[in-house]
Ligand binder design. Structure first.
Ligand code: G6P
Length: 368
């Protein structure tokens, strides 16, 4: 069915707003008597328990999903994970074991590099599992198992709802693997699942605060470039925020793990240079606050993404994109990114850009 704007001014706004419902749909009926149900894997519990390595292969925004997924699979299932851009993996030799699972993450299911990688991994004997949005896509047809994120058609070239839904799907996969190999018991799985169930409400709250993003967009009015910083799982949020901004506003943006800024990007800073710092209430908060202070000391204008009640950040930064408290640290990337999507959209609109159809980009890259 063709997607319509339904009252929104562009598909990006609509798709950002659809995220809470997409996540709810994905979580519905997932919790069964064996913990998280993931029958789409079409693998027995024994086969799942035997997996000793995971390759995650994707492009663009979907690749950023894999970076978060890696942390979850490693933390929960204690299985080493390799993340690869499909276009990189295709020109080197993957190190597969007899029990390597290959997970391809692709919204469209038609990205040529990702499909080539999947075929190669299959030829090497790996089971290939697809996380995709499009029913009957090539990725779905060619994989041993497919999990549909059920996010509905994504029209805006820059991916929003597929990013967060794919991340939730990856979290379910990580829980399933952890349960299968005994790294986690059912109670723990249920606990993490309960955290996921809070995501739609947390996202709604961020969407209702979009005036904050509109206001912060002014910081970028005369900017030529911006730096995004985050730590741990939120270094990925920084990468994704920078990608959104450059895709639709044509502003140069680069992202760095906050602790690495002193090894290069700090040289970029000068008065008025915009820095977007993701600094939620987590175990690395103090360290990232130090990076904000270092940036401000060099005249940078810092836009922070911070958790309600953070007075240190409120004192330091004029522009704060506030997120409500999240039940676990790994939930934050799902919530914080909504602000960065909204921010990118407001910056792009202020610069007169077509947010749905950015120049030079395609929704699905079907050539290698
Ligand atoms: C293109 C799109 C991106 C997308 C990437 C991967 O570059 O513009 O938004 O993230 O392809 O697409 P896929 O469909 O494989 O997730």
């Amino acid at each position: 069915s063709a997607a319509t704007l339904g009252g929104y001014s562009d598909f990006m706004a609509k798709e950002i707003a659809e995220q809470p419902a997409a996540i709810s749909r994905l979580l519905k009926d997932r919790l069964g008597k064996h913990g998280v149900e993931l029958d789409e894997l079409s693998m027995s519990n024994d086969d799942l328990a035997a997996i000793d390595r995971v390759y995650m292969v994707a492009c663009g925004t979907s690749y950023h999903v894999s970076l978060i997924a890696r942390e979850l699979v490693q933390d929960w299932a204690k299985i080493p994970v390799f993340c690869e851009y499909a276009s990189e993996l295709n020109y080197k030799e993957p190190l597969v074991t007899d029990h390597t699972l290959c997970v391809i993450i692709t919204q469209s299911g038609e990205t040529a590099d990702t499909l080539t990688a999947a075929r190669r991994m299959k030829a090497l004997g790996c089971k290939v599992f697809a996380i995709t949005n499009v029913l009957g896509s090539s990725a779905a047809r060619e994989s041993d198992g497919t999990m549909y994120i059920q996010a509905g058609p994504e029209v805006c070239v820059a991916s929003t709802k597929a990013y967060t839904a794919q991340m939730v799907a990856s979290a379910l996969l990580a829980l399933r693997l952890a349960l299968a190999n005994g790294s986690m018991d059912e109670d723990e799985v249920r606990g993490h699942f309960a955290s996921l169930e809070q995501v739609p409400g947390l996202m709604e709250e961020v969407i209702s605060r979009r005036w904050q993003d509109k206001q912060a967009a002014r910081v970028f009015r005369n900017a030529k470039s911006a730096l995004f910083l985050g730590r741990g799982v939120n270094s990925t949020t920084a990468y994704e925020g920078a990608l959104k901004l450059k895709e639709i506003s044509y502003l140069h943006a680069e992202a760095y793990p906050a602790g690495e800024m002193k090894h290069g990007p700090i040289a970029l800073l000068e008065p008025g240079f915009p820095v977007v710092a993701i600094v939620p209430a987590d175990h690395v908060h103090d360290k990232t606050v130090s990076n904000i202070e270092e940036s401000i000391a060099r005249g940078a204008t810092v836009v922070a993404v911070a958790t309600d009640g953070d007075e240190r950040v409120a004192k330091l930064c004029e522009n704060v994109l506030w997120i409500p408290p999240c039940p676990e640290e790994w939930i934050v990337p799902l919530v914080a990114v909504v602000h960065l999507q909204l921010l990118a959209r407001y910056v792009a609109r202020a610069r007169g850009c077509d947010v749905d159809k950015p120049r030079n980009l395609a929704k699905s890259v079907t050539v290698e």
